[in-house]
Design a protein around this ligand. Structure first.
Ligand SMILES: C[S@@+](CC[C@H](N)C(=O)[O-])C[C@H]1O[C@@H](n2cnc3c(N)ncnc32)[C@H](O)[C@@H]1O
Length: 333
């Protein structure tokens, strides 16, 4: 019998069976490359739970909603395609790919000096912002983000970068520099391609059984500057959510492996579209990822009003699940 949406998470007792977060599954964060973009919603902190759930022996890995590229950059695959509909972001990554690290660093250094950028100099930041909006030098986007509020990327409907200054907080610091060097070096050593199409226009025709499509879309029940539809880029609504789930079904139909990151619950909200889809597709496996490493347990995960249940859905049996009780949603009823 198929589980209804409401009984997906029923009692605490059943939750113990169904909600089994993956604790420190494999590796430490030291092993992973961190995106220099400090991307909102970036998966860096979850990599030691996500990466072990990805298949071995991947030919092409598609990071369909690449954002900061945290997942694709850390995957062992023959080829990685990073896609994101934020065209200016992809232009920046393409520039990282084309240029050597020394000349990239030289450009950053020159712009910092030319615009006298610092944590305090808002005027300098604003001059650089105008300069970027006039000339759209892809590397200037990186410099802007280094000094912008929360390191966010935000454009208005006229495609002008409009994130405010990160006063007293944001700068091109030693960590960002270190992350940039490692990131660019990895991009250069990989067979990496960057593309900027909307997920529903992406051409999956060349993919086959040895490939994997990883999706970390905007979450329907959380908000990010990239999913409100007010920033000159398409927003994220139930329509896109359903379109994406349909695409995943058709990948599955064509024996192409996929992994989907998402949240089923967040701050008292529930993603019923996703829950219904999971109920209707019991062949898919959903793993619970533990977000708050310090003090959370699966007993408390969905009790608190502020908690989130973050999952990874796969249409394949991940290597890491062979020996551990990591599977979380078992649609038993
Ligand atoms: C949650 S973020 C991805 C974060 C990424 N996994 C990381 O670890 O850095 C979602 C990304 O989806 C992109 N996006 C939003 N709508 C999209 C669409 N229709 N097609 C492709 N990408 C889209 C956003 O620009 C954003 O970068």
């Amino acid at each position: 019998m198929m589980g209804s949406i409401s009984n997906v998470i029923v009692s605490n007792e059943q939750k113990v069976n169904r909600l089994m977060p993956i604790k420190n599954a494999h590796g430490s964060h030291k092993d992973f490359i961190k995106s220099p973009m400090n991307y909102i919603g970036g998966k860096y902190k979850l990599l030691n739970q996500i990466v072990p759930l990805l298949p071995n022996n991947i030919n092409t890995f598609v990071d369909l909603f690449a954002g900061g590229c945290n997942v694709g950059i850390n995957v062992d695959a023959k080829k990685v395609i990073f896609n994101d509909n934020l065209t200016h972001l992809i232009a920046m990554y393409n520039q990282f790919k084309k240029q050597d690290i020394l000349s990239i660093q030289e450009h950053i250094k020159n712009q910092i000096s030319k615009f006298d950028l610092s944590k305090e100099n808002e005027e300098g930041y604003k001059y650089l912002r105008v300069h970027y909006n006039n000339y759209k030098n892809p590397l200037d986007l990186f410099v802007l983000v280094a000094y912008s509020f929360n390191h966010q990327i935000r454009f208005n409907n006229k495609q002008k970068f409009n994130n405010p200054f990160g006063k007293n907080r944001s700068s091109y610091n030693a960590n960002m520099k270190k992350n940039l060097v490692k990131f660019v070096s990895s991009v250069h050593s990989k067979d990496a391609t960057f593309s900027s199409t909307c997920f529903n226009e992406f051409n999956f025709d060349s993919l086959s059984g040895n490939d994997v499509v990883y999706c970390d879309p905007p979450y329907l029940i959380t908000t990010g500057t990239y999913n409100d539809g007010k920033r000159g880029f398409k927003g994220w609504s139930e329509k896109e959510e359903l379109e994406l789930l349909n695409i995943l079904d058709s990948l599955d139909f064509n024996n192409i492996r996929f992994a989907l990151s998402n949240v089923v619950a967040h701050k008292g909200k529930s993603n019923d579209i996703l829950r219904k889809w999971l109920c209707q597709n019991k062949q898919y496996r959903a793993y619970c990822l533990e977000k708050n490493y310090s003090n959370s347990s699966y007993h408390t995960l969905d009790r608190s009003k502020n908690s989130s249940i973050e999952i990874l859905v796969t249409n394949y049996i991940p290597p890491a699940s062979e020996n551990e009780s990591q599977l979380f949603f078992e649609w038993k009823n």
